[in-house]
Design a protein around this ligand. Structure first.
Ligand code: UDX
Ligand code: UDX
Length: 450
């Protein structure tokens, strides 16, 4: 039985390994993390990550061929294949501050792998990394006097949060990059063999290492660019009477453009888009391509502009003064069906409401604990309420920031009656029926509609 190890039990490592364990009973899969509380949670009924379908998958294999632990060194020693799924946040200091990836955890992980190993292993980069990171990993790993050899392979994850289980079960493609010498090719094949247990071979793409590393950044940059493009045009729609949803539908019918990632919104969030684009910007600067860097940086700038201008629109409708007013924020997760709040546009919304001295009242179906953590410096100025009706009580406006399906299904007449009048709704995700809400009495605003 081959041993697979994953270092980093986060949003990526946890679901991915659970799926591998489920689909490949012939492998023993172990996930380790330096964070013992997180491992305890993975071993409990209350998983640290909310993801539809994840609980069932974990329960079906945990204790059989899927294990969670903190014994990192012992687990490295017995592993044949090691996936590295630790976080790679944006650097907050020194050269490349605010753009480059902070690779300290990757480097530390490579050094721990080397220290604990006494035999050959395949090391798989699962985390999103700048192109040519594998070169540094290899230098660390293969600098050893132990006579052991490591093959480094890149296998970036393309799952989206909220749909991680279906994305893993039925991926558009699995990408595996490696060196083209015999040992590199064998390592790539070893990883392809794992996925071939459930993914059709033609969807398993193999490339050279650098293409694979750069494809992940590029895929995220392209997706984010579509949202920023549509969001930039939403502002033009508001000025001209055009409707952004109709435009998105019309252009999305062109098969060359396609219908996905054209939904105008208050802004994109998540752990990847901003971080990865800024990393791409940094790489372009590093390689002496300032125009290319500026082009991609504008995708991030438009995103922040979209959130800020949305708050300004609401402010204008509330007579330019919201000091002391309750403003309900519906949704704090960066999108529906996840408890993840990293880079959520709702966070920026709340900060701007606080700058205006309003009283934000936040409600969310899964993300309130993370929201409290993100706002720990202003807990006395913000309210957190589980029940959306309770959150709407006496509020002057609702800013809908997350497209939770449950919000569309609320009894909006009841909400209206609870609010302070005039009552405003800003639908930052274009999921509500504006005509119905206007009939109830709401002032209704949404993205990209006059
Ligand atoms: C992260 C990155 O954000 C993403 O870009 C990358 O593709 C995969 O890793 P995610 O799984 O969402 O994605 O991150 P996170 O939930 O923060 O999980 C990382 C885990 O690694 C944490 O639980 C952390 O404790 C653990 N870790 C970090 C280690 O076990 N060892 C370390 O040295 C550093
Ligand atoms: C993304 C990529 O999709 C995934 O392949 C990659 O591995 C990690 O980054 P994720 O961050 O989980 O996944 O979420 P995604 O569904 O891509 O949404 C990102 C943000 O864009 C969300 O805030 C979402 O609400 C927003 N969005 C998405 C829009 O505003 N409009 C759209 O049309 C699509």
């Amino acid at each position: 039985m081959k041993n697979i190890l994953c270092i980093g039990a986060g949003y990526v490592g946890g679901p991915t390994m659970a799926m591998i364990a489920k689909k490949c009973p012939q492998y023993r899969v172990k996930i380790v993390d330096i964070n013992a509380a997180r491992i305890d949670a993975w071993n409990s009924d209350n998983l640290p990550v909310y993801e539809p379908g994840l609980q069932e998958v974990v329960e079906s294999v945990r204790g059989k061929n899927l294990f969670f632990g903190t014994d990192i060194d012992a687990s490295i020693k017995e592993a044949d294949i090691i996936f590295v799924s630790v976080n790679t946040p944006t650097k907050t200091f020194g050269f490349g501050c605010g753009k480059a990836s902070d690779l300290q955890y990757i480097e530390k992980t490579a050094r721990s792998i080397l220290a604990a190993s006494d035999g050959n292993k395949i090391v798989v980069e699962k985390s999103t990394l700048p192109v040519r990171t594998a070169e540094s990993m290899e230098r660390i790993l293969n600098s050893n006097q132990k006579g052991i050899h490591f093959d480094v392979v890149s296998n970036p994850e393309f799952l989206a949060e909220g749909t991680a289980i279906t994305d893993l079960e039925n991926p558009d493609r699995v990408l595996i990059g490696g060196h083209t010498d015999a040992s590199g090719r064998a390592a790539v094949e070893e990883i392809a063999k794992i996925y071939a247990n459930w993914v059709p071979r033609e969807r398993i793409i193999t490339t050279n290492l650098w293409s694979s590393e750069l494809s992940k950044l590029t895929a995220n940059a392209f997706l984010a660019q579509r949202i920023s493009s549509v969001n930039s045009l939403s502002a033009l729609c508001e000025k001209t009477g055009a409707n952004i949803d109709e435009i998105a539908y019309a252009i999305g019918c062109d098969s060359r453009i396609g219908s996905k990632f054209l939904k105008a919104s208050i802004g994109f969030g998540g752990s990847c888009f901003k971080k990865d684009i800024l990393n791409l910007v940094y790489l372009c600067e590093h390689y002496g391509l300032p125009e290319v860097a500026e082009y991609w940086e504008s995708v991030v700038k438009i995103n922040e502009w979209q959130t800020t201008r949305s708050v300004k629109r609401v402010l204008r409708s509330l007579f330019n003064t919201i000091a002391g007013k309750k403003i309900a924020v519906f949704g704090f997760a960066f999108k529906a069906n996840t408890n993840d709040t990293r880079e959520s546009p709702a966070h920026l919304v709340v900060r701007e409401l606080l700058d205006e001295r309003a009283i934000p009242v936040i409600t969310d179906y899964k993300a309130l604990p993370d929201a409290k953590r993100d706002l720990s410096d202003v807990l006395d100025k913000v309210m957190f309420v589980e029940d959306p009706y309770e959150a709407a009580k006496d509020a002057h406006a609702i800013l809908l920031c997350t497209e939770w399906r449950q919000f569309a299904e609320l009894d909006w007449k009841k909400v209206y009656n609870l609010m302070s009048k005039p009552a405003l709704i800003f639908d930052g995700r274009n999921i509500l029926n504006g005509d119905e809400l206007t009939k109830i009495g709401f002032e209704f605003m949404s993205i990209g509609k006059a």
